[in-house]
Design a protein around this ligand. Structure first.
Ligand code: ATP
Ligand code: MG
Ligand code: MG
Ligand code: MG
Length: 464
């Protein structure tokens, strides 16, 4: 007999009355001298299947290895349940222990461990309800990302993970080298001799696939990347990881307004996909951690985002007398996450798209506005999160881009290919980056970014 997963057992009514085989991990075992109830979870759903083992057939001794955390295989008849809390259960015929879990040392004996503790056992935390829900939802959101773009005729492009350009990275990049880090070969002038390195030059882990994404958009029209990105920023915040996943659409012929429309459609699509396809997991997270979660998700799906210029936002923040910000805001400074959250959570009470930032706080490739001071940048700010998306219309004029490159001291030889896109058949285009884990924070309601990725990478984390 082949195994049926728990999700199917709990929903496929045609299986009632039939013999089934289920395999999974024991969540709890309870009972009395007549009968044992074993809750089994196999990861297919947050719900457990109840296995009923009559004492006549299964004396206590025979189930002594069936403990919390053990892996078991159960054969028996699927029957309608008399008990509360489940519609069906398995009347056990045979219980086989595939892997024991020592009661003294298995760390997930009790329910209700702290998230901090679970972070220390990242190899076991997927077996908890919380992380099962998060990981299933990560999958659903990944699938929804591809579906959204595929349905709209976008092409997925794989951009390099190891890259030779550090145009964006400014000190935040992880170096990739085959040279001895302690005793690297030196040139005659005493500098590290990267010509002896694997790639013959200094290389890094990518901080963004955007520049290469633009290459593809200038040929395929509309593309998106979805890959890992790396930032060696020493930030121990609940919103930053050293390794995170980013989705970066790039669209030829789009302007800033189209870019905003795409970002808004995309985010609303993803959140409604979660509501439609992750109902059980969402209900659990809502009840367990955040009673406002479902309301918040529904609100975002059903309300248009506010669109505001940076300049207007700065005025609003300056006038927000009651909210004392740790860092006062001045035109020309980048907004702190507390400013962003004030705009979203206190002032507008809805997601906000901020546009037209001062050019000096944004990247060299953003399109200059006619005022000469601001660029067509766009950040999408979300409740509880702050910045979830950063994007812009790109500068398509070769001359203007060259001026910016020189002003900002960017090494031309590293981005020559990027500049050539403006030399040969340049076109208006725009795109943005969505931090996948920021999205996951929003849809799960979890408070810390380390709890929405299976193996979080942050300063001093090197378990895996
Ligand atoms: P922040 O201001 O929050 O540090 P950023 O402006 O440095 O973000 P961008 O370079 O605009 O980030 O990257 C695009 C998106 O990637 C951000 O909007 C955010 O969703 C996500 N992101 C950026 N840095 C991180 C990080 N260290 N960990 C997780 N997600 C990140
Ligand atoms: Mg940052
Ligand atoms: Mg930012
Ligand atoms: Mg940004």
């Amino acid at each position: 007999m082949s195994r049926t997963n728990v999700k199917k057992l709990l929903t496929a009514t045609d299986l009632v009355g039939q013999d089934v085989l289920v395999k999974g991990w024991v969540r709890t075992k309870r009972g009395n001298k007549f009968v044992s109830f074993i809750a089994v979870n196999d990861g297919s759903t947050i719900n457990n299947i109840q296995v009923v083992a009559d004492a006549e057939k299964f004396p206590e001794e025979s189930l002594k290895e069936v403990t919390t955390g053990a892996c078991i295989a159960v054969t028996g008849k699927l029957v309608e349940s008399q008990g509360k809390g489940q519609t069906v259960e398995i009347q056990a015929e045979k219980v086989e222990v595939l892997g024991t879990a020592d009661v003294e040392t298995y760390p997930l004996q009790k329910k209700g461990h702290s998230l901090e503790f679970l972070r220390e056992i990242a190899h076991l935390r997927p077996r908890t309800n919380t992380f099962g829900a998060v990981l299933r939802m990560r999958h659903a959101m990944t699938f929804a990302v591809h579906k959204f773009f595929n349905d709209r005729g976008f092409f997925n492009v794989h951009t390099p993970i190891i890259t030779g350009s550090d145009a964006e990275g400014a000190g935040q990049m992880f170096r990739v080298t085959t040279l001895d880090p302690i005793n690297p070969p030196k040139t005659e002038t005493g500098e590290v001799d990267y010509s002896q390195d694997f790639f013959g030059k200094n290389t890094n882990l990518t901080v963004s696939g955007q520049l290469e994404g633009e290459v593809a958009a200038m040929a395929l029209g509309q593309i998106y990347t979805f890959g890992p990105t790396f930032r060696a920023e020493n930030s121990n915040t609940s919103r930053h990881l050293a390794e995170f996943w980013m989705i970066e659409p790039e669209v030829a012929f789009n302007e800033l307004t189209d870019n905003m429309d795409l970002a808004e459609d995309f985010l609303q699509y993803l959140v409604s996909y979660a509501l439609e396809n992750c109902a059980d997991d969402l209900q659990f997270l809502n009840d367990m951690y955040d009673k406002e979660l479902l309301n918040r998700l529904n609100f975002v799906v059903n309300n248009k985002f506010e669109r505001v210029t940076y300049t207007d936002a700065v005025e609003i923040l300056k006038n927000a007398k009651k909210a004392k910000f740790e860092y006062p805001v001045e035109w020309g400074t980048d907004l702190q996450s507390e400013h962003e959250r004030y705009l979203v959570e206190k002032h507008f009470n809805k997601p906000v798209i901020l546009i037209n930032y001062p050019k000096d706080i944004k990247a060299f490739y953003m399109k200059l506005n006619d005022d000469g001071k601001t660029v067509r940048a766009m950040d999408v700010l979300f409740p509880g999160i702050g910045e979830i998306i950063g994007g812009s219309e790109r500068e398509e004029s070769y001359e203007k881009l060259m001026t910016r490159v020189r002003e900002m001291g960017i090494h031309e030889e590293q981005v020559w290919w990027y500049l050539e896109l403006r030399k040969f058949g340049t076109a208006p285009h725009a795109g943005f980056g969505l931090g996948f884990e920021r999205l996951m924070l929003f849809v799960t309601g979890m408070g810390n970014i380390r709890d929405v990725i299976p193996f979080p990478r942050f300063p001093k984390s090197a378990e895996f």
